[in-house]
Design a protein around this ligand. Structure first.
Ligand code: ZN
Length: 104
């Protein structure tokens, strides 16, 4: 297991939970998490993983990992970070590995 991948994934868990919950994530938050040179990669990875995390019916958010809900944006964020931290990290690791392969 590449520790760099693991560290990057860990740093992106919270941003991914935020993005999936439809809370705005600013550019500087990506930069703070992974550095300027990896910002665009982080955005792609966060965007893809977010698709696995929530489903939306009208304006209500449901968790796709455990089908709980509906949640408000803030409630969704808290649920994801408290209940699914490890799962989100694993999904991020897989997507980051794909990005690294694409570059090599
Ligand atoms: Zn859940």
């Amino acid at each position: 297991m590449d520790s760099g991948v693991s560290i990057a994934a860990e740093k992106l868990v919270e941003l991914t939970a935020k993005y999936a919950s439809q809370i705005t994530v600013k550019d500087e938050e990506y930069v703070r998490a992974v550095g300027f040179s990896s910002k665009e990669m982080a955005k792609r990875v966060v965007g893809r993983v977010s698709l696995w995390l929530i489903s939306q019916e009208t304006n209500l958010l449901y968790c796709r990992l455990c089908t709980k809900g509906p949640f408000t944006k803030r409630g969704m964020f808290l649920h994801l970070t408290r209940m699914h931290h490890a799962e989100i990290k694993l999904l991020l690791e897989e997507e980051i590995k794909k990005e690294i392969k694409a570059v090599l």
